[in-house]
Design a protein around this ligand. Structure first.
Ligand code: NAD
Length: 475
């Protein structure tokens, strides 16, 4: 298979081209290097229609068959992981090792879902009536994914939706369609025609999909702003909805941490993938007694971290993924400078038109600074002093977002007690970013609603059906 060109959509089991194309830019150069189909109305109709036609057969298969298909799909991805990772670096910008780990993560998700099944609940109180609650699939799922983790976040939708017995039409971000289209090509024969459909297109494709009456459910990952539009669109015909949206995660560093041990982890918990992670640390609250020492250690790490083209060996952090995001984060940093905030900056990236922004630490900005209040989604990290634990928990919780957070301490139980008080769906102790396929992940407040991962994530693609079974002789 050629991983350099020939990017086509997967519709009804066939690879489909389109005359209209969208350009795909390598963010390390700022130049277009490939193009993807721009799905028109007729092709979208075909994809939704194929899903609807395939639904009865697919949901009717024994779950063991669907599990086996997911297992095979995982194996196929694993076989082509290196090729996918090289393409991933070119379209997304992340250096190769991190790119490969994302493909492997997607493989592990397919394999993990291949071991799951929905529960059946039986209520039988011996009063002559039994109630069986089964979980049934919904129909055709509209899945929309973002550009920061284009492969894994797409597979987070494909695996549970298909295991549940639904069919799916998935759309990757227009900034990063290529790996996902290649995955469609790889998985062309892994499922019956129409079960897995992958389409690509420009900015208008998402709204056309969410408005389409043929979908039973929308699973969306992206910004809070777009999530609200998706919800409005879903309201017209009450489509089921899962929204995984933005975050402004706080990490609270208690005074007893061993700075030498934790600094590296804290640094990459904020800056991995050039900080374009919904669950990255985006506000760092550090106890006053260790603030200076940790700041100096993080500043040294910023200085020693190589920023560059992810396809060059030795690169640790790559560019921002797209010009829009580059301009947003550049403006946020300019705003912080204009406000007189103290910035600690790492080395600049390569000259040229790539979307490079140096690692930037903002030294103790006020709580109401834009850089603290907004989700930067780029390599700019505000770190703030605190002295009182109750007060800092209040500051951490004073956010419209509620995605995740972290607590760092040598006293694990003390850290867990703080974690319990954070208003977020996930909290890590002494690390962050790691998620498991068997554990629910859910945002609170304006980070969205619904669940991904685990059996809870599977049930998001299903509806309960309760069957009341009378005692044998009653009628
Ligand atoms: P985005 O909202 O701009 O785009 C996400 C997807 O929605 C893209 O595929 C885009 O083409 C599509 N889209 C755009 N407008 C649409 C519309 N009106 N209707 C339907 N679809 C539309 O987000 P992004 O910039 O690609 O991603 C970054 C954001 O995603 C950040 O806020 C980040 O925190 C969030 N995110 C959240 C999670 C999570 O699990 N909670 C994971 C990753 C990223």
């Amino acid at each position: 298979m050629n991983f350099e060109s020939g990017f086509r959509m997967l519709i009804d089991g066939a690879l489909v081209d389109s005359e209209a194309r969208i350009d795909v830019v390598n963010p390390a150069t700022g130049r277009s290097f490939a193009s993807a189909p721009d799905c028109g109305d007729a092709d979208l109709e075909r994809a939704v229609g194929a899903g609807r036609r395939a639904f009865a057969g697919w949901r009717g298969q024994p779950i063991e068959e669907r599990q086996a298909s997911l297992r095979r799909a995982g194996d196929l991805l694993a076989t082509h992981a290196e090729d996918l990772a090289r393409l991933f670096t070119r379209e997304q910008g992340r250096p190769y090792a991190g790119a490969l780990s994302e493909i492997q993560l997607a493989v592990s998700w397919l394999h993990a879902y291949a071991e799951m099944a929905p529960p059946v609940h039986i209520v039988d109180k011996g009063d002559g009536q039994r109630v069986e609650t089964h979980y049934v699939p919904l129909g055709v799922v509209c899945a929309i994914s973002p550009w920061n983790f284009p492969v894994s976040l797409s597979v987070w939708k494909i695996a549970p939706a298909l295991l549940a017995g639904n069919c799916i039409v998935l759309k990757p971000s227009p900034f990063t369609p290529l790996c996902v289209l290649k995955i469609g090509e790889l998985l062309k024969d892994a499922f019956p025609p129409g079960v897995l459909n992958i389409v690509s297109g420009g900015d208008d494709l998402g709204p056309r999909m969410t408005a389409h009456p043929g979908f039973a459910k929308i699973s969306f990952t992206g910004s809070t702003e777009t999530g609200k539009r998706v919800m409005e669109s879903a309201a017209k015909d009450l489509k089921r909805l899962t929204l995984e949206l933005g975050g402004n995660d706080a990490a609270i560093i208690l005074p007893d941490v061993d700075i030498e041990k934790v600094a590296h982890k804290i640094f990459f918990g904020a800056f991995f993938n050039s900080a374009q992670i919904c669950i990255a640390t985006k506000r760092l609250y550090v106890h006053d007694s260790i603030y200076d020492a940790l700041r100096d250690r993080l500043a040294a790490l910023a200085q020693s971290t190589t920023l560059g083209d992810g396809s060059e060996p030795g690169t640790v952090l790559g560019p921002l993924q797209n010009r829009r995001q580059f301009e947003r984060v550049t403006a946020l940093i300019a705003d912080a400078k204009a406000d007189g905030l103290t910035l600690i900056e790492g080395p600049a990236g390569p000259a040229g038109d790539g979307y490079f922004i140096p690692v930037t630490i903002v030294d103790n900005p006020p709580e109401d600074a834009r850089v603290v209040q907004e989700e930067a989604f780029g390599p700019v990290l505000p770190m703030m002093r605190y002295t009182d634990l109750d007060e800092v928990i209040g500051r951490a919780n004073a956010s419209d977002y509620g995605l995740a957070g972290a607590v760092w301490s040598s006293d694990i139980e003390a850290a867990v007690a703080v974690a319990r008080r954070l208003e977020t769906g996930t909290v890590w102790i002494n690390h962050n970013l790691s998620l498991r396929a068997d554990t629910p992940f859910a945002g609170r407040k304006q980070s969205g609603f619904g669940v991904e991962n685990g059996v809870d994530g599977l049930l998001e693609y299903m509806a309960p059906q309760s069957i009341y079974v009378p005692a044998r002789k009653s009628s």
